[in-house]
Design a protein around this ligand. Structure first.
Ligand code: ATP
Length: 193
């Protein structure tokens, strides 16, 4: 399971998905664009746009399948609910939750994090920090569970930066897969109002 707002999906998301499939030997990587995530204050772009962009971005990653079910839930989305559904749908399967290090540091605050670490191995990819942030990844807050790193060269890219660049009229074609860049352009996403 690899979840995210994917608003928009960018090159680091795709690299992380590829690395997870290869390094963890996954049978399948299910990509879940999130509904209105409880921990993000900003209103996300339309579910249809994020789903379409996720399909464009991850379409070329072997074994990756985009799953839109969290977008159909009313109210906030919780990872633990999706993991429970997956464990019912795939009895006996070993579930793996793939997340970037920034999310891993916040994992202890997620709803039922003790259950999350019981339901899945947590697979953490390093995330390049903003220049001013200090210190390495802080694992001290992680709940007890099974962890597996995903090696990923630091890729200092974020969806926030991409939205800001589009709004400022700056190019983003080096930061998102080509079909996503075209989708953003054609649908006039992230334009300054
Ligand atoms: P935003 O800037 O809007 O907060 P984001 O770039 O962090 O977005 P998300 O969709 O929130 O993107 O991220 C989905 C998942 O991908 C999270 O687990 C996040 O940690 C991980 N991720 C995002 N960008 C990177 C990156 N550059 N390197 C490693 N992991 C990343």
């Amino acid at each position: 399971m690899f979840g995210g707002a994917f608003d928009p999906p960018h090159v680091a998301h795709v690299a992380l998905a590829q690395a997870a499939v290869e390094q963890l030997g996954l049978d399948e990587l299910r990509i879940f664009p999130t509904g209105q995530a409880w921990h993000k204050a900003r209103a996300l772009s339309a579910a249809t746009d994020r789903l379409a962009m996720a399909r464009l971005a991850f379409g070329a990653v072997p074994r990756a399948v985009v799953d839109g079910r969290e977008l159909e839930r009313s109210g906030p989305t919780y990872t633990v609910d999706t993991l429970r559904e997956l464990s019912r749908e795939f009895p006996g399967a070993q579930l793996v939750l793939v997340i970037g290090a920034d999310q891993a540091e916040a994992l202890h605050g997620w709803r039922e994090s003790d259950q999350i670490v019981r339901l899945a191995i947590i697979s953490i990819a390093a995330r390049a920090r903003p220049v001013r942030a200090e210190g390495a990844f802080d694992a001290s807050n992680l709940p007890a569970g099974q962890f597996e790193p995903v090696e990923l060269p630091p890729m200092p890219v974020s969806a926030t930066e991409i939205r800001q660049r589009v709004a400022a009229g700056l190019p983003v074609s080096h930061l998102v897969p080509g079909p996503v860049a075209r989708y953003i352009d054609q649908h006039h996403l992230y334009q300054a109002t």
